[in-house]
Design a protein around this ligand. Sequence first.
Ligand code: X8Z
Ligand code: ZN
Length: 644
Amino acid sequence: MKRTSPVKQILRAALAVVPLVANPACTPSAHGPNAVTPEGARAPMPPAEAARRSAEAQPAAAATAPATTEGARQFTQRVNDDLRRLWTRQATAEWIKSTYITDDTERNAATINEEVMAYLNQAIKEAARFKDVQGVDADSARMLHLLRVSSSLPAPSDAQKRAELASIAAKLEGLYGKGKYCGKDGKGQCKDLGELSDVLAKSRNYDELLDAWVGWHAISREMRPLYQRQVEISNEGAREIGFPDLGALWRSNYDMPPEAFEKEAQRLWGQVKPLYDELHCYVRTRLAKQYGEDKVPAGKAIPAHLLGNMWAQEWNNVYSLVEPYKGQPSLDVDAELKRQSYDAVRMVKTGEGFFTSLGLQQLPETFWQRSQFTKPRDRDVVCHASAWDVTYDNDLRIKMCIKPTEEDLVTIHHELGHNYYYTNYYKLPVLYQQGAHDGFHEAIGDAITLSITPGYLKQMGLLKAVPQGDKGLINLQMKDAMEKVAFLPFGLLVDQWRWEVFSGRVKPEDYNKSWWALREKYQGVRAPVERTEQDFDPGAKYHVPANVPYTRYFLARILQFQFHRALCQAAGHQGALHECSIYGNKEAGKRLQSMLAMGASKPWPDALEALTGQREMDASAILDYFAPLRRWLQEQNKGQKCGW
Ligand code: X8Z
Ligand code: ZN
């Protein structure tokens, strides 16, 4: 029987269907020019310049590597070397730009982003010469696959279009970063996203909330034509390297055919939807008490501005409105952080302390020197939190605008999770310097935060008393669920929308309508005022203009509980999952590291097995965790008109 070579199988699978996106973390630039920013690339490029740049971008590797097994090995080695150099230059330029937004730093980043795009387009085409080669070793075959799916924004080989794509991507991210609302008449005091988010989190005044929500959602209107063109050009780039559209490329990053991945995401959603529905029903009832039945009617989707967050993605900011039992010990960590004047460095040290308690190493000295912890007063920066290894060589950093809140303390752990992944795999070839899949990367820090129990917080002096008994437990679970469970449908729908857009099933004239149809379908949330196709509400969420795939966060919300369960087992925890903290447990730390060190060197089921013994993603851990709350919610919701 004729054997098909592994490379051929992989290339066929990818050509036939879905490739994955291999962005390791929330670093926009990592493994793909997500965040290209060329002010200077706005004008059409002269043909001579375009030709020069195309020629520069030729990867010499393939031309000299013969179509043999040895050639494949040489080729992938060369690509790893080239990419280490290119990605380091790219990440350096992106870091400088994101921490100091000016025309110059944007143009600088754009130039290198174009170069990386050109290189990848060429290298991926050259890699096709190995598809019929028999007996290619497993590592080379995997790297050829990872190369094909390594960019979330592939450019076509046409230099003009590549420059246009870089320019558009830059403008989109810039529009988001500079977005401000200056009052209805445009003459009020201007508020940025941080300030508007504070209103969403703290105000309980319906009209004030509405004003902040509408104000922020106006910043994305001008993104619409740019986004439409970005879709056209990047789809062309995806087709050139053998994918039907960009969504198919994104979905090919999960070691299974893209259609199988779509089904997998829906399977997981089916597992958790009943829990979400119970939470939604209860929260709506409580919001109706606060704002009135006329504003929050039973049986209808909830107005999107009442859930404490600009995108209604996490609802923990309105926990006080839904608190099940009064008179229990406070769960308010914010108050303690402020009272004790925690500064950003102390908060990050607290996060590091959790990881080192597991036996993981301290962060390198350079982390403390090079990170951006707080918002500089003298310049524009990208505040959306991210984690970096700028030189792919343990050059760890985080970039945040930290405020002394519990939300930011949680985000710090999230970002440090990325850094601890980086530090465990930085000695691998760069094509392997990624998570097993992108959801793994997003889940590490979050899994750690599941061990931030009230007992741990009390030990840290951040809670006065640990909640006791059934009432204490239900309050605690409600607070957790408002963050973790509430997020699930949002985590799924962002890319459900983009996949439809990329495939052309949703046309530009229906961008906004289809966005709200999905928000209503999955989240049970509706726009608080009439929207039209003048609006571009998806653009008001960072990851859309920044072109960061989002399904990873949905997967991470489920995986983090699966990881937590396995780590608790490794730590010898007996009893209910929600009672476990792995703080200080070295066995759990070792188990975690065994997975982190694999990077993307093996298909993700192998990595999952190393940590959990399971080869499938599984929502049973999140369901087990919230079992007490779910029973309680079912009781409360009896006789209510749930659903929408
Ligand atoms: O973007 C992030 C991280 C960086 S990877 C701060 N997150 C998503 C979001 O903010 O929408 C974490 C949770 C979901
Ligand atoms: Zn992240």
